[in-house]
Design a protein around this ligand. Structure first.
Ligand code: G3P
Length: 220
C-alpha cells in the first residue's frame, strides 16, 4: 500500500491535485499496487468523483455526531463526499486516546477504513488494540526531512512489526517519515511493513508520474 498524505501542501490542491490523481491511476494500471490519496477536505469530493481505483481518504475527522459543531469535520460528511477512509491521530493532528477510540468506533459504524498513526512502536502496539485497518508508525523528527525511517531507524519498523503482531495479527502496518524512493520502500517492506505513508516526496515533486513510478518500483 502506497498511502500519500497531501497535508496542506498548496502544490497538490485543486487542479494540480487532479493531475496527481491521474498519475496515480496510471501507476495502479501499470504496477497493480494500491494507492491511497488523502487530499484537503475541500478536495475530497472532486477527487472521489474523478477516481477509478485510487482510494480517497480524509486527513482527520472529529469524534462528533451531527449537530452544532462549527468548524468540525463530521464523519458522515467525509463519507458523503466520497472518502472511503480517514487518517487518525497524525502527529500534526493529534487526538487524545478517548477521542481516538470514539473516532475509530464512528469509522467502523460508517464502514470507513482507518490509518491510525503512532509516533513510536510502543504507542503503535498500544493503539493496535483499537483494530484500525492500518497502524502507521512515523517518528516525528524524520517527517519532511527526506531522511527515510527505513534506513535511518530500521529498528522502529522491526520493533513495531514484532510488537503489533503480538497484540493484533490482522492490522496492517504502514511506516512513514522521510520516505523518498522505491529503494526506501523496498527496505521498509523487507523489514516487515505492509506499505508506506508519505507526503513531501510526492507533493513537492516536479513530475508526479515519474516520482510515483520510482516509488512503485519499490513494491516489485
Ligand atoms: O503522513 C505522512 C508523513 O507525515 C510523512 O511525511 O513528508 O516525511 O513523507 P514526509
Amino acid at each position: 500500500m502506497l498511502a500519500i498524505n497531501l497535508k496542506s501542501y498548496k502544490e497538490t490542491i485543486g487542479s494540480n491535485g487532479l493531475k496527481l490523481l491521474e498519475a496515480s491511476e496510471k501507476i495502479i494500471e501499470e504496477y497493480n499496487i494500491d494507492i491511497i490519496l488523502a487530499p484537503q477536505y475541500t478536495d475530497i469530493y472532486i477527487f472521489s468523483s474523478n477516481s477509478k481505483r485510487v482510494r480517497i481518504y480524509a486527513q482527520h475527522m472529529d469524534p462528533i455526531q451531527s449537530g452544532a459543531y462549527t468548524g468540525h469535520i463530521l464523519p458522515e460528511a467525509i463519507k458523503e463526499a466520497g472518502a472511503v477512509g480517514t487518517i487518525i491521530n497524525h502527529s500534526e493532528k493529534k487526538l487524545n486516546v478517548e477521542d481516538i477510540e470514539k473516532v475509530i468506533n464512528i469509522a467502523k459504524n460508517l464502514n470507513l477504513e482507518t490509518i491510525l498513526c503512532a509516533n513510536n512502536s510502543v504507542v503503535a502496539a498500544a493503539l493496535s488494540k483499537f483494530e484500525p485497518t492500518y497502524i502507521a508508525v512515523e517518528p516525528p523528527e524524520l517527517i519532511g526531512t527526506g531522511i527515510p525511517v527505513s534506513k535511518a531507524k530500521p529498528e522502529i519498523i522491526e520493533n513495531t512489526v514484532n510488537m503489533v503482531r503480538d497484540i493484533n495479527k490482522k492490522v496492517k502496518i504502514l511506516v512513514g517519515a522521510g520516505i523518498n524512493s522505491g529503494d526506501d520502500i523496498k527496505k521498509a517492506l523487507e523489514l516487515g511493513a505492509n506499505g508506506v505513508l508519505l507526503a513531501s516526496a510526492v507533493t513537492k515533486s516536479s513530475n508526479f508520474y515519474e516520482k510515483l513510478k520510482n516509488l512503485a518500483e519499490g513494491f516489485k
